[in-house]
Design a binder for this molecule. Structure first.
Ligand code: HEC
Length: 120
């Protein structure tokens, strides 16, 4: 019975049009890898939520406990320009480095997100 199910599945999968397979593959790829369209604030938001939110407030509608003296990304958007933020990310004065060092593309996504926060 199991063999039969596997066989049926295999047949169905082999039917899948290459385009459908590409879509399936595409959703499995990490967001940063599929960024041929330049800095994407949404990718930046996902990065901020993953890497920065342990210490910084990363979005306006978030409230809650924050580490004393850590500016929110909204505040950073107002007070720092891109070059300053990039310098701070590359040579953090942070007490602890974010666990995942960001590559160039990721930093650009993150900057695009932080810029989108201006005025919030
Ligand atoms: C482990 C906690 C922690 C994490 C994670 C963290 N930060 Fe920070 N960050 C701090 C603290 C604390 C400060 C303020 C004190 C300092 O500058 O050393 C700070 C300061 C900053 C500053 C400078 C603010 C200013 O105007 O002086 C920037 C920019 C910044 N963080 C960006 C980020 C970004 C972007 C991320 C995610 C990639 C991140 N941080 C992740 C703790 C953290």
């Amino acid at each position: 019975m199991r063999r039969f199910v596997v066989e049926v599945l295999r047949l169905h999968l082999s039917w899948l049009a290459p385009a459908v397979r590409l879509v399936i593959l595409g959703t499995a790829l990490p967001a940063a890898a599929q960024a041929p369209f330049g800095p994407d604030p949404e990718v930046g938001y996902a990065l901020a939520a993953r890497v920065c939110s342990g210490c910084h407030l990363v979005e306006p509608r978030h409230a809650g406990p924050v580490v004393d003296g850590v500016p929110s990304l909204m505040r950073i958007a107002e007070t720092r320009d891109d070059a300053e933020i990039e310098t701070l990310l590359l040579a953090p004065s942070h007490p602890a480095m974010p666990e995942a060092p960001l590559d160039r593309a990721e930093r650009e996504h993150l900057l695009a997100y932080i810029r989108s926060l201006e005025g919030n």
